[in-house]
Structures are given as C-alpha cells and as structure tokens.
Design a binder for this molecule. Structure first.
Ligand code: ARG
Length: 255
C-alpha cells in the first residue's frame, strides 16, 4: 500500500472504531432517538406544515425534541395508529412512545413509564342543548369513543354500549352530524374539538372519571433510556417548560 492509502485506510478504520464505540447510526444508541406517536391528538401531537420535529407539532413533540437535545441526540418521529404504538415499542421499531399516553396498570404490564408530565381526565363532549349532565346520563344514549384510548376503557367499564372510531375527529363528526349523543375523550383534546366545532360543549364528571397521568413509555427494563428521559422531564417540570408548552399549544389550537 502507498503511504497515503495506508493513512486513509487507518483513518477509515478509526472512524469505524469510533462508530462501534459510540454506535453511531443506530436508533437510540446513536445520535437519533426515535419516538412513536399517533399525531391525531391535538394539542399534544398533530400534523402541520412546519412542526417542531418535521411536520409534527404539539406539546409532546416539543417535549420529545427537548429530551433528545438534552441528551445530545436528535429526535425522530414515527407516526402510526395509537393501537400499534406499544407493539412497535416492544418490537424495537421505536425507542419510546410519546402520545398523550396515560400510564395505566394494564399498559405497565408490557412497558415501563417515565415520570408523568401531564394530568388529564376523561370528559364528555355533547351538543350544547344536550341533557347529559353526568356520566350516568349516558346510560340510554349513543356513545362514541376512540379505539384503544382510555376513554373506551372507561365507557366499557361502566358497562355501556358504544361505537369506537379510529380517530377523535371521526367520533366528533358523528356527534356534530347528530349520529351519536356523546364523545368520551381526554380533556385538553376535547377542548380543542369544542373550539373547532360550533354547538358543542364539555360536561365533566369528576366522580365518574378518575384523573389520568400522561407519561412516556419505553421497553420494559430499558432503565438506561428511562433514566435519561426522567431526568429531562423532571428538569422541564421544575423550570416550568412543560407548563409553558401546555399554555402555548392550548392557546395556539384554541384560535
Ligand atoms: N390518554 C389516552 C390514552 O392513553 C388517549 C391518548 C391518545 N393519544 C394519541 N396520540 N392519539 O389512551
């Protein structure tokens, strides 16, 4: 080998070694932290022309971006159906799930959750002239939920029949068109739908719907990533970042 070629070969070998040591290029092990979401859940995640991560914007997307940056990584988003998120996480297709996801005991059986970053509750969206004033009033009404959301679990546990839709917007359209009487969904998202559509209102029932905590999910046992995520979330809770984001995006979507 000529000397120049040797030097080049050595340099290439060193780059490769450095890559093996830091594992560049491979999901969370490298510079990239891939979050799975379902971008159908404003103000937490939605698709827009120019979001904080590619075309994705919302409270969760800003949090994801910041977590990655705080750990010298770049956030990437994989948008998929809500029901597919935990499977994709277990398969290793994504590193973490950030999707306004409530940390439930059932989900804890398959994944680990971070420190919670937001408290929500299920609410009922009804027509302005509806006589539904409490959860029990749904008994003889036509109820719509979104498939796989905790709202579906709540209504199911109450023993009421319901129809499940793939997207919140579809369930709300059903209500707007008078084909159902009530949509049960998370509070902040409900606010967004009510401000987007004429003639709707929110009915709360704190005695029927427990408060829920949103958290980021990682693969069971991935303590290394979980600790990084927790450190970042705790910093963003302590310095008011999460609060600011919540205010910013609820105002932004309430226009
Ligand atoms: N908080 C509810 C749940 O965990 C709904 C979350 C929906 N999130 C979404 N990105 N579509 O089931």
């Amino acid at each position: 080998m000529k000397k120049a070629t040797k030097v080049m070969a050595l340099a290439a070998a060193m780059v490769m070694l450095a890559c093996t040591l830091t594992a560049c290029g491979g999901s969370s092990k490298g510079g990239k932290l891939t979050f799975g979401t379902n971008a159908e859940f404003p103000p937490f995640e939605f698709v827009t022309s120019e979001g904080v991560i590619d075309q994705y914007d919302g409270i969760d997307m800003a949090i994801a971006k910041s977590i990655a940056e705080q750990n010298d990584m770049t956030a990437a988003i994989e948008n998929m159906e809500f029901d597919s998120l935990l499977v994709a996480l277990q398969n290793g297709q994504i590193d973490a799930v950030i999707a306004g996801m409530t940390a439930t005991d059932e989900r804890r059986e398959t994944v680990d959750f971070s420190t919670p970053y937001y408290t929500a509750t299920q609410v009922m969206i009804v027509k302005e002239d509806s006589d539904i004033a409490a959860a029990a009033d749904m008994a003889d009404k036509k109820i719509c939920v979104v498939q796989g959301y905790t709202g579906e679990v709540c209504v199911n546990d109450m023993g009421y029949p319901y129809e499940a839709f793939k997207k919140g917007t579809e369930a709300v359209m059903e209500l707007v068109n008078g084909k159902c009487d009530v949509v049960v969904i998370d509070s902040a998202t409900a606010q967004k739908y009510v401000s987007d559509n004429e003639g709707l209102k929110i009915v709360e029932d704190a005695s029927a719907f427990e408060s829920e905590e949103y958290a980021i999910a990682v693969q069971k046992g991935n303590t290394e990533l979980l600790e990084k995520i927790n450190k970042s979330i705790e910093a963003m809770l302590a310095d008011g970042t999460v609060n600011e984001l919540a205010v910013k995006y609820t105002e932004a979507v309430a226009e």
